[in-house]
Ligand binder design. Sequence first.
Ligand code: ATP
Ligand code: MG
Length: 562
Amino acid sequence: MSENEFNVSDNFIHDIIRADIAAGKNGGAVHTRFPPEPNGYLHIGHAKSICLNYGTAVKFGGKFNLRFDDTNPVKEDTEYVDSIMEDVKWLGADWEDRKFYASNYFEQMYNYAVRLIKMGKAYVCSLTEDEFKEYRGTLTEPGRETPGRSLSVEENLDLFERMKNGEFPDGSKVLRARIDMASPNIHMRDPAIYRIRHADHHNTGSRWCIYPLYDFAHCLEDAIEGITHSICTLEFEIHRPLYDWILNTLDTPCKPQQIEFARLNLTYTVMSKRKLLTLVKDHYVSGWDDPRMPTICGLRRRGVPASAIRDFCETVGVTKYNSLTEIELLDFCVRNDLNKKAVRAMAVMNPLKVIIDNYPEGLVEEMEVVNNPEDPSAGTRKVKFSREIYVERDDFMEVPMKKFFRLAVGNEVRLRSAYFITCTSFEKDADGNITVLHATYDPQSRGGNSPDGRKVKGTIHWVSAGFAKEAEVRLYDKLFTVADLGTIPEDANWLDYLNHDSLKVAKCLIEPGLAEIAPSTNVQFERVGYFFSDPKDFSAEHPVFNRTVALKDSWAKIAQKA
Ligand code: ATP
Ligand code: MG
């Protein structure tokens, strides 16, 4: 992967790294990591973290680790481990041979915990959960001295060992760091660092029944792997003193620096893994890869290229301030990316038949059509043209409004890459619905070129009635009806804000060559939008296309307003 493919512009984290390199810290090394907990599929917020961590490593000639932060045995699964690897790879980040599991460090973490006990810096606490909270105090009140604080080192070593040996039930005891019950930072009031969980772990099986808690585990994982800059989201800022306390107290050989940045939030969607899991488990969506999901696999199935996601993350940038990013910005990045690479094709969503009365019956001509005006190397293709075609119903008006340059009786338009036609009349059924248009063509305008310099203002797409194939299109819209789910009333159920029109399945008519393309191909249906042949359901017999994004750019408008 070359550097420009993972372009991460300078940000405040890079300033810190540059200063560290200049000061010779860590011998000038830069080593980052992406540490997902394998309890769900990755989403676009994770993509931001991956782009930042990997892009930063590339930028400074450093290293990047993939680490499964699998210290919670209950919620984790190998299905998630596999999906995470697939998604990180697809995004283009390369961990080389550095894929690690926090669970492989359980032995070392246990030894570190024992070391803390021996230093008098950790003790076993037998308070109930309620008592634990009561002793801890509140944001305005300091905590109180806990009974466990008076145990001797020997007593603590014995109790911790017995915790490990499975003598106590879940929740009956925890190991706590002995720091300061009166600290203004609640995370420093003797935080729990080990808990009892009699549960099998996806990697270590039944070997352990005590598991380290996040704050204790994460800094040690970073230190064990020689991470220099441990980049995480803002909510961990208040945990940083604990991160540093553990590493300094244990005096680990490597002392990574935690740096926080603002997480990505997107309008009209949710990013919490718990909520995403609910959407999947309760069948509000078809799965983790439902194209409406903000998951990486969902976006991939929708047809969003990895390069567009990287570009989006780069455009959003890295800051210290929490904010909400408009989903239209993502659409903009996707359009921008696909404009260069997606081949064009003609598909009619809402067909209206046109009979070209002066076109010889039985004649079929092959029209040469440019595949991508943005990319001459994409070449041209042949599309069959005949006397009866279909155009979009919207491209005709019985009583044309002002500046309507498409089909209306007496109007001449260009059929893309085919001919100029002039609408002459239309037919209606008993209910007054327009059923057929009649037109004449100018044989001199073959290829859609003006024969005598006369201009037509409208160019429309078409498919040949005799050769077009039917396809299924899945039209996706926003998953939720409110932009910021953080603003719904406290007693409201977030599921009540699901957009029930977020998926419409429709039929359309496609030029025949489109049925022959491979699954997972990006195509622009001219004048309609970007579509993607579904990776799972597409076949030549049953072509299925997911709408990646419509053509209309609403981001430009939003940006203008701002
Ligand atoms: P949870 O902790 O609720 O399971 P999580 O999204 O924090 O969810 P992790 O697996 O811990 O899940 O995340 C892995 C990494 O991705 C972490 O370093 C985390 O900071 C980062 N990350 C998660 N969500 C976002 C986001 N929305 N924007 C940027 N980074 C994120
Ligand atoms: Mg997390």
